[in-house]
Design a protein around this ligand. Structure first.
Ligand code: M6R
Length: 366
């Protein structure tokens, strides 16, 4: 059932070229350069007209929501708030009739997310779902939604569900932007073709698994880790840290790279491994200086870089390359090496990666 892999988590990491493609299948048509989201047929107009979208989720799904925030704001120029579902419901959230609330949930059974939706619904919001499990509780109470088609995810640590969520959020953001006329036809086409090319690029990254395993060996006994990224790679940093905590029990923190100087830099010394997501995007120059700051304090740096980068490899201890893509699609690539780093470190530490202590696959208690 693990398809020849040692663990479900590894199998699910390697399934991502297919699960990402499945989450786009029948939705993107490259011949006509068009995008159809059947599940949102009656709601896309409303999403395009709203001036505020609230995203509610927990854990990894909340990180996908943060990626969604960047995408919606950049492409569709709409104000987005991403809330921890648990916090949302214990405040007195400002939701008015007709507001759009999107829940993201792999299982569709997370009690906190469900309760947040019930609250939003009672206040007259339009509630939409991005769920993986068909017919789940969240899928049933929402007015409409778009399924991720990642297939069953067994490993407690979410991997392929995350990339499927990011894929679907990209589709919704692109469709909204197209409807609103906030993106050019050129960018619309570039993103659709860019998405279509992602599975093959993920396949290419997975070929670095052995190299990532070798790097991981050198960090097996680290007791802390910092993950840094900017822009869309900031939520990827948070997700990288969560993954490592969950399955290896190593203390890890994710930060926006620029926030480091406001405190976390005090932690840097020769014993502190720092993972930089440092692709050639709009923040490249800035992240290069953040790397210098860490190296000047003798931090050990693993950098996720764009293929062909010649500068960062000279500055850091280890690099893992990812192919080029449109900046907005980077999380679909940069999250993959981080999943593998966590996986290998956890295995090398002898952890039960598929069923880490204290965690359940779906958290149905509040
Ligand atoms: O099923 P959901 O997406 O609603 O689950 C939300 C979180 O409980 C989940 O993402 C959790 O953080 C995972 N263990 C992450 O690997």
């Amino acid at each position: 059932e693990k398809g020849g892999y040692d663990h479900f988590m590894l199998k699910e990491i390697f399934e991502q070229p297919r699960s990402i493609a499945d989450s786009m299948r029948g939705r993107i048509n490259l011949d006509s350069a068009s995008l159809q989201l059947g599940g949102l047929r009656d709601y896309l107009d409303k999403i395009a007209k709203t001036d505020r979208i609230v995203i509610v989720a927990c854990g990894t799904s909340w990180h996908a929501g943060l990626v969604g925030e960047y995408l919606f704001e950049e492409l569709a120029r709409v104000n987005v708030e991403v809330e921890y579902a648990s916090e949302f419901r214990y405040r007195n959230p400002i939701i008015k009739e007709g507001d759009i609330v999107i829940a993201i949930s792999q299982s569709g059974e997370t009690a906190d997310t469900m309760a947040a939706l019930e609250l939003a619904k009672s206040k007259g919001a339009i509630i939409l779902g991005v769920c993986n499990v068909v017919g789940s509780s969240i899928a049933r109470i929402t007015h409409a939604g778009v399924y991720t088609h990642a297939g069953p995810e067994i490993g407690v640590a979410s991997t392929k569900a995350f990339t499927a969520q990011v894929t679907v959020l990209s589709l919704i953001a692109i469709a909204t932007a197209h409807k609103k006329g906030t993106i050019s036809q050129d960018l619309y086409r570039e993103l659709l073709f860019g998405l279509d090319a992602i599975p093959a690029k993920v396949e290419k990254i997975l070929k670095s698994a052995e190299k990532i395993k070798d790097i991981s060996k050198l960090f097996t006994f680290a007791s802390n880790f910092i993950f840094l990224g900017r822009g869309l790679n900031f939520p990827v940093a948070l997700e990288g840290a969560l993954k490592l905590k969950e399955i290896s029990y190593i203390h890890a923190e994710g930060y926006p790279a620029a926030e480091m100087k406001h405190g976390p830099i005090a932690l840097i010394d020769e014993d502190m491994p720092v993972v930089f997501i440092a692709t050639k995007d709009a923040s490249y120059e800035k992240i290069v200086s953040n790397i210098q700051e860490v190296k000047a304090r003798k931090g050990r740096v693993i950098a996720i870089v764009t293929e062909g980068d010649t500068l960062i490899p000279k500055m850091v201890d280890f690099v893992v390359e990812v192919p080029r893509t449109n900046d907005l699609l980077l999380p679909l690539l940069t999250s993959i090496p981080l999943q593998l780093i966590s996986y290998y470190i956890a295995v090398l530490r002898g952890r039960n990666v598929d069923q880490p202590r204290n965690l359940a696959k779906s958290v149905t208690v509040e």
